[in-house]
Design a protein around this ligand. Structure first.
Ligand code: BES
Ligand code: ZN
Ligand code: ZN
Length: 494
């Protein structure tokens, strides 16, 4: 992890390898110009105007030492997302130039009409997320340097900035842990291994955890999870984590995450290219496990349960077959027409279990549920579905603040007809003339929550893996949903 320090010294007094400046336009920072008067001419020559996504690196000599001045464009939009991207770019430049110590000033919170805690937190999150590389299996590591960044601010603001930096580090740790769990090869991130990681997270955060085995899942009547697990030799697990905030009057939020550690499609097998990245199908589970850990460490003001049903989805002689009818935890039955629509089967049990066991005031589930979500939203937005406007609005605003964006898709009752069946209570795939696979999947899930509990479903299939054009992400897992969940719980909206 990069080490982020906060200092109220003057920038050029710090002994570093690089000084970084974030610029919204082509006016070079005055303190830099005072030292290096030829900067404005250089910017002109290089046509550097502080545009979003641009940067200039200038090696200079200071007291016989060669250091780097790094100028990163923020662009003119007053959107914190562009600050996160500029911070990501700064990390990439530091990596490219092998710079160990960098100092920069925190940008002006007034520019974004926000406060120092939030802005420092976003700096910290972006820097730590950009610093993640999945190189566990590579001889040549991207970076072996423990990088140090010093965030310069005034003495009056130092405390707030320090607070933001620390919260950001905790958030990013959860994001990066999620990414690591998702990035790990599927044969090395089986349901039992994922459950071991959950136990570790629970132990570190002081969270209660119960892990049910496949035999227990079957005897509890979780027919959805059992049906998906039937084709796999790995033992399915149902992970339940509980954080108690100590205030019995506080609401409870249930976080439910899809944990398919590998989705081959089962007997309705996927084509080879669609299967290539299906280790990502436990991204929802990883996100809720890591988010509850961070939330406990942040002493969240509400009670939280995180539920992660987890199994592989594989074809075999014992696998569930198209045409099979299964019975869920809440007693409802479903016709399994397509074994590749397996996520909703395991979530159905988890949602009904959440409702019956915890009677939560809010439920949110995160799942790499449908390929259709990719087409509906593209790679930058998760799909959000809910019939509860106020809760959906809270989730959307949390996503914007955290930089973990969701876009709401319609959930009118008219779509419910898509998942009816002539032989069971519901069918696990939507009728083909309803198209909208992301919406019909949500209507399947809706059968397992009640009318009175605000529930939001977030389809992260579009954003969990390989997000393009983001300076702070490399290819691979993104930790989608973790920042959103933490923001949702911590910003006092519940
Ligand atoms: N895990 C997939 C969805 C997915 C696709 C996640 C791409 C991430 C990236 C899910 O289990 C699935 O296969 N869904 C099917 C549903 C269909 C059979 C109704 C799909 O989207 O094709
Ligand atoms: Zn599937
Ligand atoms: Zn799946």
């Amino acid at each position: 992890m990069v080490k982020i320090q906060v200092s109220d010294a003057s920038l050029f007094a710090l002994q570093v390898d690089g000084y970084a400046f974030f610029m919204a336009d082509d006016t070079p920072p005055s303190e830099a110009v005072a030292r290096f008067p030829s900067l404005p001419a250089l910017f002109k020559e290089r046509a550097f105007t502080g545009k979003q996504g641009s940067s200039v690196v200038v090696p200079v000599c200071v007291d016989d030492k060669l250091i780097h001045l790094i100028f990163v464009g923020l662009g003119t939009k007053n959107d914190v997302e562009y600050y996160r991207r500029a911070v990501g770019r700064l990390i990439r430049i530091a990596e490219g130039h092998k710079l160990k110590k960098i100092a920069c000033e925190l940008v002006d919170a007034g520019r974004y009409a926000t406060d120092d805690v939030y802005l420092a937190q976003q700096f910290s999150v972006a820097a730590h997320i950009a610093d993640y590389h999945f190189d566990t299996f590579k001889k040549e590591k991207v970076s072996t340097i423990q990088r140090e960044m010093t965030l310069v601010t005034s003495q009056a603001r130092k405390k707030q900035v320090q607070k933001g930096v620390e919260i950001g580090a905790l958030v990013a740790q959860a994001v990066n842990k999620t990414r690591h769990l998702v990035d790990m090869p599927p044969s090395q991130m089986t349901p039992t291994i994922l459950a071991e990681h959950a136990k570790q997270v629970a132990k570190e955060a002081g969270v209660k955890i119960t892990v049910f085995t496949e035999a227990q899942v079957i005897s509890m009547g979780m027919g959805g999870l059992a049906a998906v697990a039937a084709g796999s030799e790995q033992d399915a697990q149902f992970i339940a984590m509980e954080y108690n905030c100590g205030n019995s009057a506080a609401p409870t939020i249930a976080l439910v995450g899809k944990g398919i550690t590998f989705d081959s499609g089962g007997l309705s097998i996927k084509p080879a290219n669609s299967m290539e990245t299906m280790k990502e199908d436990m991204a929802g589970a990883a996100a809720v496990i890591c988010a509850i850990g961070a939330l406990a460490q942040l002493k969240a003001p509400v009670n939280i349960v995180a539920l992660a049903p987890t199994t592989e989805n594989l074809p075999s002689g014992t696998a569930t077959k198209p045409g099979d009818i299964i019975t869920f935890y809440n007693g409802k039955t479903a016709e399994v027409r397509n074994t590749d629509a397996e996520g909703r089967l395991i979530l159905a049990d988890a949602l009904s279990y959440a409702l019956a066991t915890y009677k939560p005031q809010y439920i949110i589930d995160l799942a790499t549920l449908t390929g259709a979500c990719d087409y509906a939203c593209g790679p930058f937005y998760a799909g959000m579905l809910s019939q509860h406007d106020p809760f959906a609005e809270k989730v959307m605003q949390a996503g914007i603040r955290a930089g973990d964006y969701v876009w709401r898709l319609p959930m009118h009752d008219d779509y419910a007809q898509a998942v009816t069946s002539s032989v069971a209570d519901i069918c696990n795939i939507g009728k083909s003339n309803y198209k909208a696979g992301t919406i019909t999947a949500a209507f399947f899930l809706k059968e397992f929550v009640d009318e009175k509990t605000p529930w939001v479903h977030v389809d992260i299939a579009s954003v969990a893996f390989d997000m393009p054009d983001r300076s702070y992400f490399e290819s691979g897992a993104t930790g989608a949903g973790v920042r959103l969940l933490i923001e949702l719980v911590m910003n006092g909206a519940l």
